[in-house]
Design a protein. Structure first.
Length: 216
């Protein structure tokens, strides 16, 4: 099964992907995670990506398209994957189409702006195990200590692009460059709309229904 998760930042795409890949035995491909790993490695690609990411801007298409094309060649993608955060522009979607890959479904998550800001500003990620927490109430658990991961006690960090100025920019970028993909995939009869303001069990139920699989 090959799925695309589309939606504004803070819609919870990563959380839903993680819950679903376990059930389906497929992999989650987050271009954001790949780029953050490249930044950690400190090479030229990471340095270039960081300039854009910290400001809440999109990394140039050619760079991300090449990363994605390399990633989907890996054998672990054989059973299928969820593209979490790709494509984010029309040229990226066109490049994916040209690659000949057949996408089964595009899930579009709808959330209101004020809820996005509330979720993103509260997001904290464990520096070591990468577990996502949120100090604001929402889809993921609130950590007992806002500075420490409940799982392994490691420090929780706030992403640079989850700070107020970058959140504002990311929402603008989403509206201008990513939202046009909704029509792009609607025209191809691939789109399923989900209300991502609901609670997690309800959202997961809707996703499973949209892709035609049974709940646990
Ligand atoms: P995410 O973790 O999906 O929220 O992505 C974090 C940041 O990584 C985005 O704000 C962009 O700067 C960059 N990024 C991730 N995926 C893409 C993409 N498909 N195209 C361009 N930039 C991306």
């Amino acid at each position: 099964m090959k799925l695309i998760f589309l939606g504004p930042p803070g819609a919870g795409k990563g959380t839903y992907s993680q819950a679903l890949v376990e059930q389906l035995g497929i992999v989650q491909i987050s271009t954001g995670d790949i780029l953050r790993s490249a930044i950690k490695e400190g090479g030229a690609l990471g340095k270039k990506a960081k300039e854009y990411m910290d400001k809440g801007m999109l990394v140039p298409d050619d760079l991300v398209i090449n990363l994605l094309k390399d990633r989907i060649k890996h054998p672990d993608c054989g059973k299928g994957f969820i593209l979490d955060g790709f494509p984010r522009t029309i040229p990226q979607a066109e490049a994916l189409e040209k690659s000949g890959l057949k996408i089964d479904k595009v899930i579009n998550f709808n959330v209101k702006d004020d809820l996005i800001v509330y979720r993103l500003s509260g997001r904290r990620v464990c520096e070591v195990c990468k577990t996502a927490w949120n100090i604001n109430k929402g889809c993921v658990p609130i950590p007992k200590d806002p500075k420490k991961c409940d799982k392994d006690g490691s420090p929780l960090i706030q992403r640079e692009d989850d700070k107020p100025e970058a959140i504002k920019k990311r929402l603008e970028v989403y509206r201008e460059q990513t939202a046009p993909l909704i029509d792009f995939y609607k025209k191809r009869n691939l789109l399923a709309d989900i209300n991502a303001s609901n609670d997690l069990p309800k959202i997961m139920q809707e996703i499973r229904k949209a892709i035609g699989i049974k709940s646990f």
